[in-house]
Ligand binder design. Structure first.
Ligand SMILES: NC(=O)c1ccc[n+]([C@@H]2O[C@H](COP(=O)([O-])OP(=O)(O)OC[C@H]3O[C@@H](n4cnc5c(N)ncnc54)[C@H](OP(=O)(O)O)[C@@H]3O)[C@@H](O)[C@H]2O)c1
Length: 238
């Protein structure tokens, strides 16, 4: 079993939802966490909760869809906080509508945040993982990345893209002892899914953010060698 204590993780979109639950689960394992997002207030609130768990925690405010902002912020985090061992590309947005109804700007924003954001943050972090010859990258796709639906063209295109990116990356960096895992959750009772009215959040019937975070931690504890050789794709869909 992998020992996670003392490692440094970066969780994008860590101020709320699945990212916040993941950051808190990491802190409970003794992992130091940097969280990112655009809403500074939410990040600050989460930082207090992380520090109360006894780990080092910091945040950076940037838009994952802006490559210059990503590289600048990560360079500063590296100076102030240290280099990273674990990256969770979780930041994402969702909006639904038909191809005819959705305006091109919304469609583009979804692709730029979910797909290009994942690529930009990975590109900024990857050199330090290669330098260490060890690391974990966890990319959050969706069941919408496996199947389309009548109103999900932008979201599904972005999440299909994340799977393609992630599967290719896994093959690229396996030789560097870097595990790449792609997650394809079905509906989880996060802030996003409640706002979009995808679920009422009933813990009896729908996965909770803490359950998702528990799966990520369990995945990180799996023996490294076995995971490097496997396809590393899994879904929380029943
Ligand atoms: N909840 C589900 O049922 C479900 C199912 C499958 C997949 N997913 C995926 O899981 C991930 C997390 O979703 P969630 O449900 O936790 O959503 P959420 O509650 O809306 O949280 C999304 C996070 O991403 C950040 N974010 C969004 N756009 C950003 C940008 N351009 N730059 C930087 N940060 C940005 C948000 O922070 P700021 O607003 O502060 O920027 C927020 O912290 C997403 O990739 C989503 O597609 C969710």
């Amino acid at each position: 079993m992998e020992n996670l204590k003392g490692k440094n993780a970066l969780v994008t979109g860590g101020g709320r939802g699945l990212g916040k639950a993941t950051a808190l689960a990491f802190a409970k394992e003794g992992i130091n966490v940097a969280i990112t997002g655009r809403n500074e207030q939410l990040l600050k609130e989460t930082i207090s909760e992380l520090r109360a768990l006894g780990v080092q925690a910091t945040y950076a405010v940037f838009d994952v869809a802006n490559f210059d902002a990503v590289t600048t912020a990560i360079a500063k985090l590296n100076t102030d906080f240290g280099t990273f061992d674990i990256l969770v590309n979780n930041a994402g947005v969702a909006a639904f509508g038909s191809v005819l109804d959705m305006d091109p700007k919304t469609w583009k924003d979804i692709i730029e945040t979910n797909l290009l954001g994942t690529y930009y943050v990975t590109k900024a972090i990857l050199p330090q993982l290669i330098e260490k010859n060890e690391g974990d990258i966890i990319n959050v796709s969706s069941t919408a990345g496996l199947n389309g639906a009548g109103t999900t063209s932008a979201y599904s295109a972005s999440k299909f893209g994340v799977i393609g990116f992630s599967d290719s990356l896994m093959r690229e960096v396996r030789k560097n002892n870097i595990r790449v895992c792609t997650l394809m959750p079905s509906t989880i009772a996060s802030d996003m899914s409640k706002e979009l009215k995808l679920t009422d959040g009933n813990p009896e019937t729908v996965l909770q953010p803490e359950d998702f975070a528990e799966l990520i931690v369990a995945n990180l504890k799996l023996p490294r060698r076995a995971m490097l050789k496997s396809a590393s794709l899994w879904s929380t869909n029943p």
